[in-house]
Write a protein that binds this ligand. Structure first.
Ligand code: NAD
Ligand code: DAO
Ligand code: ZN
Ligand code: ZN
Length: 370
C-alpha cells in the first residue's frame, strides 16, 4: 500500500510548550521500514525531559513517545520478520543482528540505526511525518504519540497477539529496563540486593531480582508511599534514607547485610544516590548497576579505592535486553504470570489528554489511549 495516512498526533512544536494535537500525514514505509498503528503508549520521564528542552539530541518539531504497542499496517521492501496484522512493540534500542555490537554477544546496544535515530530521521536521512506542510522529526526511532508511525525494521518486534496492548506497551521501556537489568546479573540467585528508587523501573527490578531467586531484596526510597508497592512486588525490606540518622545510607546497608550487598541498582538518576549504591556493595565482589539517567552535565564520583577493593561499577540501557531476540520472551513471562505488568497500569487517558498525562507523571505510571 503506497498511500499517505492522515491521522492525529501530539506534536512537540518547541521546547517547554504543551504538545499540540494535530492532523498529520504519515508517508508510506520505505525499503526496510514498517508502518504501524499505535494502539497504546506509555508516557516516560525521557519524553518529558526532551520536551523540556534538556536533551541535546532533542529536535523540534517532533513526535515524542517511545513506549508503545500496536499493529503493523504495511511494510516496505526487504521486510521479512513482521507483516501486516502482526502485534508489535517498537524498540528504541534496535537490534539488527549484523553489526559489530549485535554480533559481539556482549551488549544490546546495536549501532545500525543509532546515528540517524539521534538526528530524528529515518536511516535514509528523511522523515515520514508532515504537518501543516512542514517536516516533523522522529524521536528515539519510535514516535508513539501518533495514531500511526513508521519505524526501521531493526526497531520493531512482533509479540504474542494475546498480550493486551494497553499493558504490553509498558514493556517498551520502563518495566523491561528494570526487569532485564536484574535478571541478567549472572550471580543474582541467592544474592543480597538493594534497589535505590522504586518507581516503575525500580519496582520492575525488584520483580526481576525475585524472579531470579535473590535472597534479600532491600528497596530504598525517600517516599514512604512506595513501601506498599515494594512489598507487593517482592521486596523483603524497605528503607527510607531520610529516616537514617548519624550515618549514611551506605553505612547502614553495609551494617545490616554483614559487609554489603552483592548487587545494587540505581533507579533514581541521582548521582549522589549512585555513589551510595556503589559504596553499599560488598568488598571484593559487589556490583552496582546504574540504570537511572542523570541530568545533562552531572558526574559521578567515589574514592577509587572502592574499585581497587573489588566493587564493580557498571550500567545498562533497556535492561541489557536485545529487543528482537528477547522481548517476545518477556511478553510471554507476562502472559505466564511470571512478570506482573498489570499493576503498573494505573491511569488511562485519551490522546487528547496527553498533556494531563505529562503533568500527572510525577506520581504515577500512565498510558495514553490512542
Ligand atoms: P520514577 O520517578 O517512577 O521513580 C524514581 C523513584 O526514585 C521514586 O520512587 C522516587 O521517590 C525515588 N527517589 C528519588 N530520589 C531518591 C533518593 N535520593 N533516594 C532514594 N529514592 C529516591 O522513575 P522511573 O520511571 O522508575 O525511572 C527511574 C530512572 O530510570 C530515571 O532516571 C529514568 O530516566 C531512568 N530510565 C533509564 C532507562 C535505561 O534504559 N537505563 C530506561 C528507562 C528509564
Ligand atoms: O548510544 O547506542 C546508544 C544507545 C543510547 C540509548 C541509551 C538509552 C538510555 C536510557 C534512555 C532512557 C529511557 C528511554
Ligand atoms: Zn522510557
Ligand atoms: Zn546491530
Amino acid at each position: 500500500t503506497n498511500n499517505i495516512i492522515t491521522c492525529t498526533a501530539a506534536v512537540a512544536w518547541e521546547p517547554s510548550k504543551d504538545l499540540q494535537l494535530e492532523t498529520i500525514q504519515v508517508l508510506p514505509p520505505g525499503p526496510d521500514e514498517v508502518r504501524m498503528k499505535v494502539d497504546f503508549t506509555g508516557v516516560c520521564h525521557t519524553d518529558a525531559y526532551t520536551l523540556a528542552g534538556h536533551d541535546s539530541e532533542g529536535k523540534f518539531p517532533s513526535i515524542l513517545g517511545h513506549e508503545g504497542a500496536g499493529v503493523v499496517e504495511s511494510v516496505g521492501d526487504g521486510v521479512t520478520d513482521v507483516k501486516p496484522g502482526d502485534h508489535v512493540i517498537p524498540l528504541y534500542t534496535a537490534e539488527c543482528k549484523e553489526c559489530k555490537f549485535c554480533k559481539s554477544g556482549r551488549t544490546n546496544l546495536c549501532q545500525r540505526v543509532r546515528a540517524t535515530q539521534g538526528q530524528g530521521v529515518m536511516p535514509d536521512g528523511t522523515v515520514r511525518f508532515k504537518c501543516r506542510g512542514q517536516d516533523v522529526y522522529h524521536f528515539m526511532g519510535c514516535s508513539t504519540f501518533s495514531q500511526y508511525t513508521v519505524v526501521s525494521k531493526h526497531s520493531v518486534v512482533a509479540v504474542d497477539k494475546s498480550a493486551p496492548a494497553e499493558k504490553s506497551c509498558l514493556l517498551g521501556c520502563g518495566i523491561t529496563t528494570g526487569y532485564g537489568a536484574a535478571t541478567k546479573q549472572s550471580h543474582i540467585k541467592g544474592a543480597n540486593v538493594a534497589i535505590f528508587g522504586v518507581g516503575c523501573v525500580g519496582l520492575a527490578a525488584v520483580q526481576g531480582a525475585k524472579a531470579a531467586g535473590a535472597a534479600r531484596i532491600i528497596a530504598v526510597d525517600t517516599n514512604n508511599k512506595k513501601k506498599e508497592f515494594a512489598d507487593k512486588h517482592g521486596a523483603t525490606d524497605f528503607i527510607n534514607p531520610l529516616e537514617i540518622h548519624d550515618k549514611t545510607i551506605q553505612q547502614h546497608l553495609v551494617e545490616i547485610t554483614d559487609g554489603g550487598l552483592d548487587y545494587t541498582f540505581d533507579c533514581t538518576g541521582n548521582v549522589g544516590v549512585m555513589r551510595s549504591a556503589l559504596e553499599a556493595c560488598h568488598k571484593g565482589w559487589g556490583e552496582s548497576i546504574i540504570i537511572g539517567v542523570a541530568a545533562a552535565g552531572k558526574e559521578i564520583s567515589t574514592r577509587p579505592f572502592q574499585l581497587v577493593t573489588g566493587r564493580v561499577w557498571k550500567g545498562s540501557a533497556f535492561g541489557g535486553v536485545k529487543g528482537r531476540s528477547e522481548l517476545p520472551g518477556i511478553v510471554l513471562d507476562y502472559l505466564n504470570k511470571k512478570l506482573d505488568v498489570d499493576s503498573f497500569h494505573t491511569h488511562s487517558r485519551s490522546l487528547a489528554e496527553i498533556n494531563e498525562a505529562f503533568h500527572d507523571m510525577h506520581g504515577d505510571v500512565l498510558y495514553v489511549d490512542l
